[in-house]
Design a protein around this ligand. Structure first.
Ligand code: KG4
Ligand code: ZN
Length: 339
């Protein structure tokens, strides 16, 4: 089915993105207009600014994706768009653009959930052996999924409070490392001692695949507060390294156990936190010991992009699961209860 061309559109947060994917796995073009620079001065994403920028950028980004792939609207099999979860106003720009294009060009419309899209980034770069376990860790989500195949999965666990990426962002902010926090902590931690501070790890009991990162975040913030009150010098690298070590230890232990319990043939990473260097190193070591294959997308496919939306859209297209023109953005879309 390599001739099936899907246009993907992604506007759930602060990246305006469009991409063309052939046959669900061949990347023909991948355009991402990042707004990070605009939001950085506010220390995080400002929803109103994000929606306005999506509106300004979306048509140019789609044109570039089609031109980059050398295809016209006429050649597309379907138009896939992120319907949620995400920021309401931001999602609406993508959803309304996709509906308009699908209607005007007479193409089927496919509504993709953002989590499945992150998982599907793996299919653009690897031949995945199923069953697989996927750790999805982004700014908004931390979940462990058991995948039977490309179109069917079961949620094994999810965060009870903060997402892993959110913890990275908040700790980076407390350390004055800027936004987005994940890459800043990743690089700052390289020169730090991961054993300098004994931050808590929330394993939540054996056989529990849920996560909790708010206690860890508070522990880091309290430590910083106490050091400042005592007028002691703050070694940001040591704090960043100790925090990162705590997050990674929990993510690795739970993912490894999930793979063992389900007899997974491979483990996948997805979402922005999948770009984390230490996470990849430690998981690779653990899974090599267990003889489980380990895959992760390159960093540019880990963070938000539309190629992953087109890849996930292909699976829905194959099953003829099309959306109607009454499609609406679903900001709080919950994959636990979404069939
Ligand atoms: O998937 P994504 O681009 O957007 C969401 O759907 O949330 O993920 C963004 C998150 C941010 O919290 C960012 O700090 C985190 O991914 N992130 C990282 C790294 N790169 C991005 N976290 C840890 N290490 C990284 N290298
Ligand atoms: Zn995302």
């Amino acid at each position: 089915m390599s001739e099936v061309l899907i246009l993907g559109i992604e506007t759930s947060c602060d990246e305006t993105a469009a991409a063309v994917v052939a046959g669900g796995c061949i990347l023909r073009s991948n355009i991402v207009a990042s707004q990070v620079a605009e939001h950085r001065k506010f220390g995080g994403v400002v929803p109103e600014i994000a929606s306005r920028r999506h509106l300004e950028l979306i048509n140019t980004v789609i044109d570039s994706a089609l031109a980059g792939a050398g295809v016209t609207f006429r050649e597309l099999a379907a138009i896939a768009v992120t319907r949620g979860p995400g920021l309401a106003g931001a999602l609406l720009v993508g959803v309304n653009t996709a509906k308009t294009l699908a209607f005007a060009c007479g193409k089927p419309l496919v509504a993709v959930d953002h989590i499945s899209a992150h998982v599907a980034a793996n299919y653009l770069v690897h031949e995945v052996a199923f069953p697989a376990v996927c750790l999805v860790a982004s700014g908004g989500h931390t979940s462990l999924l058991c995948l039977e195949n490309r179109s069917s999965f079961r949620v094994m666990g999810a965060t009870r409070d903060d997402a892993a990426g959110e913890a990275f962002d908040k700790v980076a902010r407390a350390l004055g490392l800027g936004y987005p926090g994940g890459p800043a902590i990743d690089s700052c931690a390289r020169s730090g001692d991961p054993a300098a501070f004994a931050f808590p790890r929330a394993f939540l009991g054996s056989g529990d695949f849920d996560f909790s990162f708010s206690g860890l975040k508070s522990a880091v913030v309290n430590t910083l507060h106490n050091l400042r009150q005592r007028g002691e010098e703050i070694n940001a690298a040591d704090i960043a390294a100790s925090f990162q070590a705590a997050v990674v230890e929990v993510l690795v232990a739970k993912t490894r156990q999930a793979a063992k319990d389900t007899g997974a043939r491979s483990v996948l990473l997805a979402g922005g936190v999948a770009a984390n260097r230490l996470l990849k190193i430690h998981l690779a070591q653990a899974l090599a010991e267990d003889g489980t294959a380990f895959f992760y997308p390159p960093p540019e496919l880990c963070t938000d992009n539309a190629a992953m939306v087109a890849a996930a859209g292909f699976d829905l297209y194959r099953q003829q699961r099309f959306a109607g023109f009454d499609l609406n953005a679903t900001p709080a879309l919950d994959i636990l209860h979404h069939e």
